[in-house]
Design a binder for this molecule. Structure first.
Ligand SMILES: [Ca+2]
Ligand SMILES: [Ca+2]
Ligand SMILES: [Ca+2]
Length: 270
């Protein structure tokens, strides 16, 4: 555990292959690479959740991460800034091996391979610790970006998020909304999506987001993230066995002691 607060991230990618990424992302990420914040807990609310400070304040980062504006080609869903997390390489350091990313996100070894049904090779991530009350709803917006073919069964780069020691896939190259959206550095992007997670038990949690290459590490993908927030509801805790409509107002998942549970059959996850 101790190493997670002190891990330098810039020297882990010396063996990463050369990759074709935009000059813009190289420049942007260099500003953010050193922003590894040792310790913070937001009591009941996120700080800097929408990245409007133009930095990763209150987040810890590993790999290739940067703060972007609408100039990347997709508008932030809230305010002027959004976070980009990529599986790419940059001058200031780049994606880290899957084992390092998993350690950063407190995931068991090789769990990403199982979750994503392939060989996750390298990637990047961010995380933040927060305190939730039972019934609070975690909500965030995201888009996926990729240079892979869509879909690609072999090179099926995947994005995910984590709560505690649990991870849930957000999407991969099979997302049907991928299209050419003229995004800097990436050939295709998905529509913007919103995920809502009802937190069943009060507690302090680590929230993480990540992107990984699958199979190889050459052709990159990313997740664009914004407006991460915790919405207090003051309602009775959700039961993981009872996720009927009355107890689950418009949420995609509940999160409890056993991890994530989809609230309805129309969930877009696997
Ligand atoms: Ca924002
Ligand atoms: Ca890839
Ligand atoms: Ca890569």
């Amino acid at each position: 555990m101790a190493d997670q607060n002190t891990t330098p991230v810039t020297d882990l990618t010396s063996t990463a292959p050369q990759e074709d990424i935009s000059e813009t992302r190289q420049t942007e990420s260099s500003q953010e690479q050193s922003l590894i914040i040792d310790s913070f807990i937001n009591n009941g609310s996120f700080e800097g959740n929408s990245f409007e400070g133009g930095t990763f304040q209150n987040w810890r980062t590993i790999g290739d991460t940067s703060i972007e504006t609408q100039e990347i080609g997709i508008n932030p869903t809230d305010g002027e800034f959004q976070a980009l997390i990529t599986s790419g390489f940059s001058d200031a350091g780049g994606s880290v091996e899957e084992s390092d990313l998993s350690q950063f996100l407190d995931l068991p070894s090789a769990s990403l391979d199982t979750l994503l049904d392939g060989n996750a090779t390298e990637g990047s991530g961010i995380k933040q610790t927060f305190t939730a009350q039972a019934g609070d709803i975690l909500e965030f917006d995201y888009s996926l970006l990729t240079n892979e073919a869509t879909p690609s069964g072999t090179f099926n780069d995947s994005a995910f998020f984590t709560l505690g020691n649990f991870a849930l896939e957000l999407g991969d190259t099979f997302d049907p909304t991928f299209s050419d959206k003229s995004v800097q550095g990436f050939s295709e992007a998905t529509d913007s999506k919103t995920i809502k997670v009802a937190i069943s038990q009060a507690g302090t949690y680590d929230l993480g987001f990540g992107i990984v290459d699958l199979t190889d590490s050459i052709v990159d993908s990313a997740i664009l993230l914004d407006d991460v927030k915790l919405i207090p509801t003051g309602v009775v805790p959700f039961s993981s066995q009872n996720t009927d409509d009355a107890n689950s107002p418009d949420v995609d998942f509940t999160f409890g002691a056993n991890g994530f549970e989809a609230v309805n059959d129309s969930s877009n996850t696997q």
